[in-house]
Design a protein around this ligand. Structure first.
Ligand SMILES: Cc1cc2nc3c(=O)[nH]c(=O)nc-3n(C[C@H](O)[C@H](O)[C@H](O)COP(=O)(O)OP(=O)(O)OC[C@H]3O[C@@H](n4cnc5c(N)ncnc54)[C@H](O)[C@@H]3O)c2cc1C
Length: 329
């Protein structure tokens, strides 16, 4: 590992001054970054430690929103009574991340900014092509052929990796906003547009600039967020990324779905909002066959139809199960 300088920031202003150079990266819990450095994926000359910026580690509630500081620890946010009550999908997504140690050390900001767990990206050597690691080198995953580990949606001819953040999926379903701050002030990004599909620049994971800090997450409060669930499907019950995950939220009038919000995880390099499915089940009674029929028809119509069939089938069943859990809350 390359030697690096270490700078402790105690305020956002401190950190913004320190991250000005291209050779500098910030470190929060270090759960992700130290792995990336060990794996040779990045080698910053200076690390700016954000962990002393206490103003970014709080969870608070306003009349209209839940506000989560970027440096809040995953385990603290998962256990926060307001988060559990106001946005159960977020608490459920967070409590299924990695292991207790990872949740105790990792921050919510670091979770959104983690990189893909694609084996070719993580364990690649210079002989294994990966356009995310070395732009222009190729994509070993594409050469190997699509499997259920890779993206169903938003793939490109350069990359088919998925993004592993559970939190990002819950935030996308709940129309959350991500606030970033740079030298010119703050910008607000919709959570569902924060992460990027690969396109021709798979090396870029998100829409934040290098000289910006992620400062907080804003989640609108309301009936939709309160009636939300997060379902994670994976090969073992703990310490594993989602094969497919679903954040689903509803509002009801009696047994009729007034509004639904659904985001899929594990199927793209960003949370995949299912707007057509949301529209198809709106106005349907969830206790009648019309609900299942509308859901299945809308899911089957989502293009492309060629990617891994098993994964699509799992996604379809997971969406229905998550919705049934949400309406039962
Ligand atoms: C074995 C393992 C299993 C895991 N399983 C899951 C899982 O099941 N589901 C899931 O969602 N995640 C999972 N994770 C990811 C884990 O949640 C993240 O690694 C962790 O949250 C990162 O947070 P951190 O504070 O340690 O970030 P760091 O490692 O400190 O930083 C990560 C990246 O974010 C940048 N960064 C951090 N904070 C900021 C900020 N405020 N502003 C700008 N840049 C910032 C850093 O520069 C770095 O590039 C797993 C990780 C591991 C190692």
């Amino acid at each position: 590992m390359r030697e690096f300088a270490f700078v402790r920031a105690t305020s956002v202003a401190d950190a913004l001054t320190a991250i000005g150079s291209a050779d500098t990266m910030c470190i929060a819990g270090g759960v992700e970054l130290l792995n990336l450095m060990r794996e040779g994926i990045c080698a910053p000359g200076t690390l700016v430690d954000l962990s002393g910026i206490t103003e970014l580690s709080q969870v608070s509630m306003t009349g209209s929103a839940l506000v989560i500081g970027a440096l809040a620890r995953i385990s603290d946010v998962a256990a926060d009574a307001d988060v559990v009550h106001e946005c159960p999908a977020i608490a459920q997504a967070l409590e299924q991340i990695g292991s207790p140690q990872i949740r105790n050390a990792g921050t919510v900001g670091g979770n959104l900014l983690q990189r893909t767990r694609c084996a070719y990206f993580r364990n690649g050597t210079i002989d294994v092509p990966c356009n995310k690691r070395t732009p222009g080198s190729g994509c070993a995953a594409l050469l190997a052929g699509a499997t259920r580990a890779f993206a169903l949606f938003g793939r490109s001819s350069r990359c088919i990796a998925t993004h592993p953040s559970d939190l990002a999926v819950a935030l996308a379903a709940l129309d959350a906003q991500i606030v970033v701050r740079g030298p010119g002030g703050e910008r607000v990004l919709a959570a569902q547009d924060f992460l990027r599909t690969p396109g021709t620049t798979p090396q870029r994971d998100h829409n934040m600039k290098a000289n910006e800090l992620l400062v907080r997450i804003i989640v609108p409060r309301g009936a939709l967020a309160r009636q939300s669930v997060y379902l994670k499907v994976r090969d073992r019950a703990a310490y594993q990324s989602a094969l497919v995950s679903v954040a689903a939220a509803v509002t009801l009038q009696g047994k009729t779905i007034k509004r639904a919000a659904i985001a899929l995880g594990g199927v793209a390099h960003r949370p995949w909002r299912l707007a057509s499915v949301e529209a198809a089940i709106q106005g349907k009674r969830h206790d009648k066959p019309e609900f299942h029929d509308a859901l299945v028809t809308a899911m089957l119509a989502i293009p492309p139809k060629s990617a891994d069939a098993t994964k699509r089938a799992i996604a379809m069943r997971a969406v229905e199960r998550a919705l049934r859990e949400a309406v039962a809350l």
